[in-house]
Write a protein that binds this ligand. Structure first.
Ligand code: NAG
Length: 206
């Protein structure tokens, strides 16, 4: 009887110690995956509530993109309605889409105004087409996001968008001509946001 009591006490003590260790280590030792943030911002890990260790997955993503993309990422994650990785990427894709559409319109207008049959007209046409293709690729990215596609296919489509974005700069380089300052700014702006969206996609915990 005495032996049974001692064993029971030891077993109970062991369980209690394990519970203490679990309570101490559990909240610290969580990766941002498998975590669901409910509308109150409380993180649930396999049904267990964790307090004091709220992992903001969007902040985590922005901390892990290259320095060049950090500012854009942090701006987007603070927008109203952006609280999940999916919404962060959607915001990046929407921003890219707006910039690419604006660039397409500007280069189209410049192509129309250019002297016909000149190398410059040809470059401007290439740019317009490149941004046209960028817009289409971004639409596909958005479809992938909405369909909960794999991260790999998202990155493939996002990479296609960045390739099309580069067509304009390549066209100028190949003909050794320079864009006007305004068009150069437009071109660099699209490159920046589309590259940023790809960086965000690559670091997302989806
Ligand atoms: C994608 O996932 C979300 C949340 O997990 C779900 O509500 C939605 O219905 C899914 N969409 C599709 C097209 O499967």
């Amino acid at each position: 009887m005495a032996r049974f009591v001692i064993i029971s006490v030891v077993v109970v003590a062991a369980f209690a110690a394990a519970a203490v260790v679990e309570a101490r280590v559990g909240p610290i030792d969580v990766a941002p995956t498998n975590l669901i943030t409910n509308p109150l911002g409380v993180i649930i890990d396999n049904g267990r509530k964790i307090t004091g260790a709220v992992v903001d997955e969007c902040a985590w993503t922005c901390d892990h993109v290259a320095a060049d993309n950090m500012k854009m990422c942090n701006t987007l994650r603070k927008l109203p309605g952006v609280s999940s990785p999916k919404e962060l990427l959607t915001a990046a894709v929407k921003l890219s889409m707006r910039k690419a559409k604006a660039a397409r319109a500007r280069f189209e207008a410049a192509a129309r105004a250019a002297e016909k049959g000149t190398p410059m007209e040809s470059i401007l046409d290439t740019c317009k087409e490149g941004y046209d293709n960028t817009v289409s690729a971004l639409q596909e990215v958005q479809r992938c996001i909405d369909a909960n596609d794999s991260k790999a296919s998202l990155i493939t489509k996002m990479s296609a968008a960045t390739t099309f974005t580069g067509d304009c700069g390549n066209a100028y380089e190949e003909r050794e001509l320079e864009p006007s300052l305004a068009l150069k700014a437009t071109k660099n702006n699209v490159n920046r946001v589309v590259t940023g969206a790809l960086a965000i996609a690559a670091k997302l915990k989806l």
